[in-house]
Unconditional design. Structure first.
Length: 127
């Protein structure tokens, strides 16, 4: 007969010989809490609660348009003018790395972090 004890972290009944000392919680926890499974379940539950409610009349077409807009925004790099210089602050679409970009010499030609090509930029709008 095994003795069961209640985990203080997740309130689950588990055999007492399976408990382990967790370094973050500084207490004995069940194997699921030790591996982080209960933390993942809590995060998933929180994410489901935080989902924004859709307005009345929301349908599949609206869902598709929202998805396309998100993808298009992700593809476009963000350029911001650096005050006092002719360089631009560029944020890579692929890895979100931020770096300085010279639009007249077109340097660097790719992202220094992930080597993703930088799309063409109209330099006449920067003059």
């Amino acid at each position: 007969m095994t003795i069961k004890a209640k985990c203080r972290n997740c309130d689950k009944e588990v055999p007492a010989d399976q408990f382990k000392l967790h370094y973050k919680y500084k207490m004995m926890v069940c194997p699921d809490c030790f591996r982080g499974k209960t933390q993942l379940q809590k995060e998933k539950a929180k994410a489901e609660q935080e989902k924004p409610s859709k307005p009345a009349g929301w349908d599949m077409d609206d869902e598709y348009l929202q998805k396309v807009k998100r993808e298009r925004d992700k593809e476009q790099p963000q350029f911001q003018k650096v005050p006092g210089s002719e360089h631009l602050q560029c944020t890579c679409c692929n890895c979100k790395y931020s770096f300085k970009y010279d639009p007249f010499r077109k340097r660097p030609r790719s992202c220094p972090f992930c080597n993703e090509d930088i799309p063409k930029l109209n330099t006449y709008s920067l003059l």
